[in-house]
Design a protein around this ligand. Structure first.
Ligand SMILES: [Zn+2]
Ligand SMILES: [Zn+2]
Length: 759
């Protein structure tokens, strides 16, 4: 069964009740979550129930070796994550035999996170789990909890391979939320090719956060990156320091009583008359003795809970930044400060969705489209306490999708949330898990249906490659290495690049090789657990990226050039006078340079060349072509066809995440006036993962809606010849040249002509 309802609707209680009952009844429960932090929180909740027969324990990378045996033999409620299940629990299933024998229920919490390639891996891990359970004679009930999603039953079935019942009605009480869609203005700044630049979403978020905190509204600001969240918090604190400075000597703020959680109706205090004046731009902000204006200082983020005693002087301390990786005690402290009102404003990344209870907020600011309608509603749902009215503001970033949404509220309201997309049949995902499954228990013909229809072909390939051995009794893993090492479930394959701090030699983490070219190239700004590093050197041969240096005040975007060849068109149909295809392609990508953009203003600081080798990827793509006769008409009207196709490609990549749960970084595109394989004007959008991830396929299925939205996004941007909010792309390897904005609109109009409006 899958429960798919909003934030704070009681999902935990819905699975805890039967799960705990199963334990009391002599059974065992396996609880899966994507992160260790959430498992730790759940464990605390279970222990607070004080039920002696409930022996709950976490089993993850942090579990001490000496405790692991106890967990395997005695725990009846085990909390773990898919990685641990894959690497440790399933390969050593014999040690877990008594647990598996009594397994009644598998809880898959926060399962909306299992999308794309990662989701496809988890889907195969769950199939391996089902097979191991069957070996021990148990057939557990799978209980999935998800944020609101479209067709949750179909998603849950793809994830588990089982028939699923869905629960989607949410009866929890909720006050009305006012939603504001906020587009920052164009500035005087000029970007690439002289394009106008909008004020950044983070700058607008900092202003709004300041105003709301001054108006005594408890506000949470969601910012995409941790660095962005810290910038918002620091900027807002600096602004509050200015206010405090200009108001010093006057009576303190209206409700500085940190001990009283009860206050006036929050929305009423939004009246500007009751708020202190906005910071004057002429005043010099005083240096705060709390370190409020020193970026990177941990003190600024951890100074919550400082009691208000001196009136205005402590105003900046009412805002904090929160990032993942805080200890549980710090998180509890922060929750307390929020509840008491000693913290009124908090800037955070989505990490907050996992781990901190922030019920009791009045307003939520969302800086930049969070990726899906599901996340938007989940984040907006954080505002509003005790059924009171609340405010949520979506602040658009300089991006075609954000532009489209703030101009087309109908794309948000009254629309179903997205379907969660994954592709468990991807042979690059399935292959390694078949090896792992064979290593666990040799595979037989009877197992094949568990792993899906492509299994026989993939097995043949694995035998040919010498990874599996076929015997009369089935398929066997006979190699010495661990089969589970073949599947890199959170990465994209290839040997990972180690990220090392050059000054100390400390290993910060690792990045899979395909992403290394775009995220840790020499000169890249790299973010790790809230800290910003400058990559001094990427050494691909040594597999190391050395980081360090001063904290830069800009972001970087890697730019690549791409070539694509069609291997096979799997499906196609007419699209207006042109045609639409979905199929297999080979993509050769080379990161050639990177763009530097100032963090706070969005101003472009230049394009630096890079020398990296090309990489080849076999994946899936959706593409459309236009016949020569139509191209000739557009050419006669004076449009730059290459520029029109290129502009349509950029905007289409920007808009696909509206239809498939992907990020614009998960997909790529190629456009050309004349493609060698099609002989026609062609625009491709491909999955940026080996073997494909289901995104292009979704684009094919929703092509008419997708291209209509793409056209609208371009047409509704007020710029004249194109800007980052419509057709420019920060990752364009051709420096956003050529681009023809009006040509792109006409090109899309041609394609969409006489096509039925429903897909
Ligand atoms: Zn524009
Ligand atoms: Zn481009």
């Amino acid at each position: 069964m899958i429960i798919s309802t909003g934030t704070a609707s009681g999902k935990s209680l819905a699975y805890l009740t039967p799960a705990v009952a199963s334990c009391l009844d002599g059974g065992t429960v396996l609880y899966l979550t994507p992160t260790k932090a959430l498992a730790a929180d759940q464990l605390r909740g279970l222990r607070e129930l004080r039920i002696t027969q409930l022996r709950a324990a976490c089993f993850d990378g942090d579990t001490p070796f000496e405790e692991r045996t106890w967990v395997r033999q005695h725990a009846n409620y085990v909390l773990t994550n898919p990685d641990m299940l894959h690497r440790s629990v399933l390969p050593r299933h014999a040690q877990w035999s008594s647990f598996f024998r009594r397994l009644r229920m598998v809880v898959v919490d926060e399962c909306h996170g299992y999308r794309g390639v990662f989701g496809s891996h988890v889907a195969q891990i769950l199939r391996r789990l089902r097979r191991v359970c069957a070996r021990y004679g148990s057939q557990p009930v799978f209980l999935l909890a998800s944020a609101t999603a479209s067709e949750p039953g179909a998603f849950a079935m793809r994830l588990t391979g089982l028939e699923m019942a869905e629960v989607t009605s949410d009866g929890s009480p909720k006050g009305a939320t006012t939603i504001a869609l906020w587009e920052p203005p164009l500035t005087e700044l000029r970007g690439e090719r002289g394009a106008p630049v909008r004020r950044t979403a983070t700058a607008e978020a900092a202003d709004l956060l300041t105003d709301l905190v001054l108006a005594n509204v408890r506000t949470l600001a969601f910012v995409r990156s941790r660095r962005g969240a810290e910038t918002v918090a620091l900027t807002a604190r600096a602004k509050l320091a200015e206010v405090a400075f200009s108001l010093a000597g006057t009576p303190g703020p209206p409700t500085v009583d940190g001990s009283s959680p009860d206050r006036d109706t929050p929305m009423a205090s939004l009246d500007p008359g009751t708020a202190p004046p906005r910071p004057g731009h002429g005043t010099t902000p005083p240096r705060s003795d709390q370190g409020a204006t020193s970026p990177g200082s941990d003190q600024s983020a951890l100074s919550w809970g400082v009691p208000d005693s001196a009136g205005w002087a402590d105003l900046p301390d009412r805002i904090a930044a929160y990032r993942a990786g805080y200890l549980a005690e710090d998180r509890r402290l922060l929750e307390k400060a929020l509840r008491s009102g000693s913290i009124m404003g908090l800037a955070t990344t989505n990490a907050l969705e996992l781990g901190v209870d922030v019920s009791g907020l009045d307003a939520v600011l969302i800086a930049g489209w969070p990726g899906t309608r599901a996340s938007l509603w989940q984040q907006a749902g954080r505002a509003g306490r005790d059924g009171q009215e609340a405010l949520a503001v979506l602040i658009a970033r300089d991006d075609p999708l954000d532009t489209y949404l703030v101009h087309h509220p109908q794309a948000l309201f009254g629309q179903p949330v997205e379907a969660i997309v994954l592709d468990p049949d991807n042979p690059y995902v399935l292959g390694p898990h078949l090896c792992a499954a064979a290593a666990e228990i040799p595979l037989t013909d009877a197992d094949l249906p568990v792993f899906g229809p492509t299994t026989p072909n993939v097995l043949d390939d694995l035998v040919t490659q010498g990874l599996l051995r076929k015997r009369p009794a089935g398929w066997f893993w006979t190699r010495r290495e661990r089969a589970t090492d073949l599947a890199d479930i959170r990465g994209g394959g290839g040997a990972p690049i180690q990220v090392v701090e050059s000054a100390t030699g400390r290993l910060l983490g690792s990045v899979d090789e395909p992403s290394a070219h775009t995220t840790v190239h020499t000169g890249a700004v790299y973010l790790h657990q809230g800290e910003t590093y400058l990559v001094e050197l990427l050494d691909l041969e040594a597999g190391v990226a050395l980081v360090g240096g001063p904290e830069p005040d800009y972001t970087t975007f890697a730019r690549d050039v791409t070539e694509i060849s069609v291997l096979a068109s799997l499906r196609s149909h007419d699209l207006g006078p042109g045609s639409l295809h979905f199929g297999e392609v080979e993509v050769t990508r080379q990161v050639v340079s990177y763009l530097k953009r100032r963090l706070q203003s969005g101003e472009m600081l230049g394009d630096e060349p890079l020398d990296l080798p090309p990489r080849t990827l076999r994946t899936r793509a959706v593409w459309w072509t236009l016949p020569a006769s139509e191209v000739a008409i557009l050419a006669e009207e004076g449009f730059d066809l290459g520029g029109a196709a290129h502009a349509a490609e950029h905007a289409a990549i920007g808009l696909l995440p509206l239809f498939a749960t992907c990020d614009r970084w998960d997909i790529g595109g190629v456009s050309t006036e004349l493609h060698a394989d099609t002989g026609l004007l062609t625009v491709f959008v491909y999955d940026g993962h080996e073997g494909g991830a289901g995104f292009a396929e979704r684009g094919y299925a929703r092509a008419t809606d997708w291209l209509t939205a793409t056209r609208e996004a371009i047409a509704s941007c007020e710029c004249e010849r194109g800007c980052p909010s419509c057709i420019q792309s920060p990752k364009c390897g051709n420096g956003n040249e050529p681009l023809d904005k009006r040509g792109a609109i006409h090109l899309l109009d041609t394609l969409l002509r006489s096509t039925p409006s429903a897909s």
